[in-house]
Design a protein around this ligand. Structure first.
Ligand code: ZN
Length: 400
């Protein structure tokens, strides 16, 4: 199949291409699910499908979500706006532990039914690959169930699902006075079982004063390596814990949030090739004021990705297009950086080298938009110009 006369935002800066790796009047050939050839108008063969100048980007990649959960925390949002404090709500059993209770009580079918529309909303905006974390079950059975549901979503829907085991997300109530016991459970019981069943592609942790210490995370990461699993980290979201340096020592795929990342942390990420994943949705909902050190990341050449962090509490952002806008408005990323953050660099944050750009040899995962410029994906809010999605060479949404 040859698609012709498109505005290709290849996100491939080789061949001296300008911003976005843009090719006006571009064409591409798809064979056996892969892009085998691309070019500009000078070399265009007769196309099977005329794109009429529409914008073509790589299929979008949301590289950080928590989209499998049960229950709702919208009541807490309302209570806070009616004057209750976070501490009041936490004392009354709210916060992340309310999601843990609801998720533990949910069956596989419940979780699947809740997650499917969330996933579909992301896919309706051109997402072809999504990362999904566990971390709301915390005990063995619930974590296995959530990861199995995430895997099932990837079988039921035309989307690639990449999973991360996030046992070190919060201390479960039954271990409230036994932190070491919970670390034992993660490292000696849950993680080995997750690995044995092939349910996780990576291991994640939350390194923060309200979550786990660098020493505790180090233990989880060491266990992950022992099972051959790569790691990633929720780091420096609310304070500087030196999480980025820890992540870099473990050759982490990504360090995520990083509002409080120090210059030493930036240098460590640059040295290890770890991707910095920015999550402006959580920044927005928490009304944070500490900005991630974007200029320092740029200067050090750290690849920057952007993700929704879709979760029921701190980032109920079920939209990667909204996230692109927030990355530009709140974090001052350029639209090109933001778009690279949900394509080429998001692929890298997941350890995937077969997607994220439009280039020969990569998967034919493409989003086709009724948009005149790539920046149109970042500029408005509440506008979805998606026209069609091609995944693995097959049309999975819309019309061409
Ligand atoms: Zn997260």
């Amino acid at each position: 199949m040859i698609l012709g006369n498109g505005l290709l935002a290849t996100l491939d800066r080789r061949d001296q291409r300008g911003p976005y790796g843009l090719v006006p009047g571009g064409w591409l050939r798809i064979e056996d699910g892969l892009i085998t050839e691309t070019g500009g108008p000078e070399s265009a063969p007769a196309p099977d499908i005329d794109l009429n100048g529409r914008l073509v980007t790589p299929g979008l990649i949301d590289c950080h979500t928590h989209l499998v959960w049960a229950g709702s925390r919208s009541d807490e949002f309302e209570r806070r706006l009616n004057g209750e404090t976070y501490a009041d709500i936490a004392r009354a059993g709210g916060g992340i532990l309310s999601t843990v209770r609801a998720t533990r009580a949910a069956t596989r079918a419940d979780l699947l039914a809740a997650a499917l529309p969330r996933l579909d909303r992301l896919m309706a905006e051109g997402v072809t690959t999504v990362e999904i974390k566990s971390g709301y079950g915390l005990d063995l059975d619930s974590e296995l169930r959530c990861l199995a549901v995430a895997r099932m979503l990837g079988e039921l829907m035309p989307v690639s699902v990449v999973t991360s085991y996030l046992g070190a997300h919060a201390l479960p109530p039954e271990y409230a006075t036994n932190r070491a016991g919970y670390l034992d459970l993660i490292c000696e019981t849950v993680l080995p079982e997750v690995a044995r069943r092939g349910l996780a592609d990576a291991v994640d942790a939350f390194c923060e004063t309200i979550a786990f210490t660098p020493t505790e995370v180090d233990r989880v990461f060491t266990a992950a390596h022992g099972l051959g699993l790569p790691v990633k980290l929720h780091a420096e979201q609310l304070s500087d814990q030196g999480g980025a340096q820890l992540a870099a020592r473990h050759r982490a795929l990504s360090a995520d949030h990083i509002e409080y990342l120090s210059p030493e942390g930036v240098a460590a990420l640059a040295q290890s090739g770890t991707v910095a994943v920015l999550l402006p949705g959580a920044f927005h909902y928490l009304k944070e004021t500490q900005l991630p050190p974007v200029a320092a990341l740029r200067a050090a050449g750290v690849p920057i990705a952007v993700a929704s962090d879709l979760n029921p509490g701190s980032s109920p952002v079920n939209s990667l297009l909204t996230t692109l806008n927030m990355a530009c408005v709140l974090f001052r990323l350029t639209p090109e950086e933001a778009l690279a953050g949900v394509t080429a660099n998001a692929a890298r944050a997941l350890g995937l080298d077969d997607r994220g750009r439009i280039a020969p040899g990569l998967r034919a995962d493409l989003a086709i938009w009724d948009a005149a410029r790539p920046g149109d994906l970042c500029h408005p809010l509440g506008v979805n110009p998606l026209a069609a999605v091609i995944r693995g060479g097959a049309l999975t949404r819309g019309r061409l």
